[in-house]
Design a protein. Structure first.
Length: 283
C-alpha cells in the first residue's frame, strides 16, 4: 500500500507521535532543552533525517519488517568497516557514522507499521533484534579495530563479545521455557505444577537492593544511543589526537559482559526465579 503524504504531513505525524510517546511512556519532554540538551538535539537530528526517508518509503511497497532487517544489517556493516585495517581512516569514519545514524531506520519501521496498519509481534521482535545485532557489531568492531592498531590479542578478545551475548543463561532460559509452553504446555504443567511459596519481606528488600546496583552497573556504557555516541566521540578524539581511550572502554565492556554472564548463572540457578516467571504466565 502506497501513501502520498506531503513532507510537512510526515513531519507533523512523526513529531506529534514521538513527543506524545516519550512523554507518556518515558516521562521525557522532547521540547525541554534545559533538562535534556543531548536528548533534545539528538531527537531534532532524528526528525530532520528521518522525515525525508519516510517521505520516500511511504511511496513504495517496502514493508516495515524490511526496514527492520536493513537496520540489523547496518550492525554487520559497522563491524566490517571498523574491522578493516586503519591505514585508510575513511572506513572507520563511515563505520562510526553508521553507528551514530542507525537509529534513523529504527524510527522509520515503527512509523511505517503504524501508517500502513502493519503492526505485528514479528515486527516488534525484529526491532529488538536489530538493536541486538547493532550492539554486537559495534562492540566487536571496537575489538577488531584495536587488533589492527594495538595488539593481536584483541582479535581473540573481540570474539568474546558475541560469545558472552550467546551464552547468557537468562535469555536461553526464556527461550527454552517459551518453547516448552508453546509446544508442550500440558507436559510442563504435569511435570512442574504451579508452586505457591511464601516470601519474606526482608528477602524481597535485599533482592530489590541488589537489583538496583546491578541495573546501575549494567547501565554503564550500555547499548543506548547516549552511550554509543559517547564512545564514538572518544573514537574521533583517539583518531585525531593520538589518544588512547578505546582499549580501556573495550576491556571494560568485556569485563562487564563477563560479570553479567556470572549474574545470569546465579539468577537462573535459583529455582524460585524461573518458577516465578513460569507461574506468572500460567496465571
Amino acid at each position: 500500500m502506497k501513501f502520498h503524504l506531503s513532507l510537512k504531513e510526515v513531519w507533523r505525524i512523526l513529531v506529534t507521535y514521538q513527543k506524545k510517546d516519550n512523554l507518556e511512556n518515558h516521562d521525557l519532554d522532547l521540547d525541554d532543552y534545559k533538562s535534556n540538551p543531548y536528548t533534545y538535539l539528538k531527537w531534532k537530528f532524528y526528525f530532520i533525517t528521518t522525515c525525508p526517508i519516510l517521505y520516500l518509503l511511504i511511496r513504495t511497497e517496502i514493508k516495515p519488517n524490511h526496514v527492520s532487517l536493513f537496520y540489523a544489517f547496518l550492525g554487520i556493516l559497522t563491524l566490517f568497516l571498523l574491522g578493516l585495517p586503519s591505514e585508510n581512516k575513511i572506513y572507520i569514519y563511515i563505520g562510526l557514522l553508521l553507528a551514530f545514524t542507525k537509529t534513523i531506520f529504527d524510527a522509520c519501521d515503527g512509523f511505517l507499521a503504524r501508517l500502513k496498519n502493519q503492526k505485528s509481534i514479528s515486527g516488534h521482535m525484529l526491532d529488538w533484534y536489530g538493536a541486538h545485532v547493532n550492539a554486537i557489531g559495534f562492540q566487536s568492531g571496537m575489538g577488531f579495530y584495536l587488533a589492527n592498531n594495538e595488539n593481536e590479542i584483541f582479535f581473540y578478545l573481540a570474539f568474546l563479545i558475541p560469545f558472552f551475548y550467546a551464552i547468557k543463561l537468562k535469555p536461553f532460559a526464556y527461550t527454552t521455557i517459551f518453547n516448552e509452553i508453546l509446544e508442550r504446555k500440558d507436559y510442563l504443567d504435569k511435570t512442574h505444577p504451579i508452586k505457591i511459596e511464601d516470601k519474606k519481606n526482608k528477602k524481597l528488600e535485599i533482592k530489590k537492593e541488589t537489583q538496583k546496583y546491578y541495573k546501575l552497573f549494567s547501565s554503564i556504557l550500555d547499548d543506548r544511543a547516549r552511550s554509543v555516541d559517547f564512545i564514538i566521540l572518544l573514537f574521533i578524539l583517539e583518531l585525531n589526537f593520538n589518544l588512547q581511550f578505546i582499549k580501556y572502554i573495550f576491556c571494560f565492556l568485556v569485563f562487564k559482559h563477563f560479570i553479567i554472564f556470572l549474574v545470569n548463572i546465579f539468577i537462573v540457578s535459583n529455582n524460585s526465579w524461573l518458577e516465578d516467571k513460569v507461574n506468572k504466565i500460567r496465571k
